[in-house]
Ligand binder design. Structure first.
Ligand SMILES: [Zn+2]
Ligand SMILES: [Zn+2]
Length: 349
């Protein structure tokens, strides 16, 4: 076995602390990565608090992992020792179902294996994530990372980046289109950067006027304060596509009204209660309300390559690992621009 050191939540709603554990010895197809940075995703917070009712403890969270390859199995073809590598939200899937065969492992009909808080395909081993010094992953789920970009700022691309890139690509956002992004958090700030890079006219919707200047710096052409009914009304029936990154309860109808004929609005967050829908907003304009989940491995590599080519990274605040509990508190107050990233060099043995 491989000795690992990380930070784990010992139980629900208990602060994270240092934790020693073991990972499997790298097999023929495995890559072992020495983790340099790991992003802090909002879903880490949900899972350590057991808000989705599926948490297993002790839990080492983290699924925005970047680092250096330190060992490779005998059958590994795509990676060598010394390569930069990344791991996102998945470490395995059935690989045989229809969606897996299309490279859409995130929609695996048998359920993908999450990077942490999930059971491996053996049905026993619980996966542990990236708030740790190393990880062992099958090379089929490991990504190549360019050395052109600041490594700490690349980490959030592995979840926040692909989660926004995939729907923007799937609904073919491009030059000449008017695209709305709802919310300017970890996901929203990546969505603004990417939609701008794809050439769209980008309108950012936010509840806080204080975010306007920053949104424009990130690539928004216009910022609309969503509580301002008159400002919202100016955009009625004008959007080709709206990407809604907010999981807190909010009124979807206000945005559906802004879609033009056959426009699409895609949701990335799951609100705690079912939203009320004015179905007329769908019927009278043949609009679509859709959802999207992260992205497949092939598309994640495509996204990373696109970001390297266009110099796109996340805006991050790098923290020491012993500040993780404070970081969670600040995330609850939206006090982060826009992603915390743990510097794993601060993890002392
Ligand atoms: Zn995530
Ligand atoms: Zn599958």
């Amino acid at each position: 076995m491989v000795a690992s050191l990380g930070y784990a939540a010992p139980a629900a709603k208990v602060p994270l602390g240092p934790y020693s554990f073991e990972r499997r010895e790298p097999g023929a197809n495995d890559v072992m990565i020495e983790i340099k940075y790991c992003g802090v995703c909002h879903s880490d917070l949900h899972q350590v608090k057991d808000e989705w009712g599926s948490s297993m403890f002790p839990m080492v969270p983290g699924h925005e992992i970047v680092g250096k390859v330190v060992r490779v199995g005998s059958a590994v073809k795509g990676f060598k020792v010394g390569d930069l590598a990344g791991v996102g939200c998945m470490v395995d899937s059935c690989r045989t179902c229809g969606t897996c065969k299309q490279g859409l492992e995130q929609y695996c009909e048998n359920g993908f294996v999450g990077t942490y808080n999930a059971k491996e395909k053996d049905g026993k081993t619980i996966t542990q994530g990236g708030y740790s010094n190393n990880i062992v992953v099958d090379e089929a789920f490991v990504l190549h990372i360019s050395d052109k970009l600041e490594l700490s700022a690349v980490a959030p691309l592995l979840c926040a980046g692909i989660t926004t890139y995939s729907p923007l690509r799937h609904w073919k956002v491009s030059k000449g289109q008017k695209v709305g992004i709802v919310g300017l958090g970890g996901l929203g700030h990546m969505a603004v950067k990417l939609a701008h890079a794809f050439g769209a006219q980008v309108v950012l919707f936010t509840t806080s006027a204080g975010k306007s200047e920053d949104a424009k710096r990130l690539g928004a052409d216009e910022v609309v304060i969503s509580k301002d009914a008159a400002a919202m009304k100016k955009h009625l029936k004008s959007f080709d596509f709206i990407l809604d990154t907010v999981s807190a309860p909010h009124d979807l109808n206000a945005y559906l009204a802004l879609l033009k004929f056959e426009g699409t609005m895609t949701l990335l967050g799951v609100p705690p209660a079912a939203p009320s829908l004015n179905v007329g907003n769908l019927i009278f304009k043949r609009t679509q309300l859709a959802g999207s989940l992260i992205g497949g491995i092939k598309e994640t590599q495509e996204m990373l390559d696109f970001c390297a080519e266009h110099g796109i990274t996340s805006d991050v605040e790098v923290i020491a690992i012993d500040k993780i509990n404070e970081a969670y508190e600040r995330m609850l107050k939206s006090d982060v621009k826009y992603r915390f990233v743990i510097d794993m060099a601060t993890l002392k043995s």
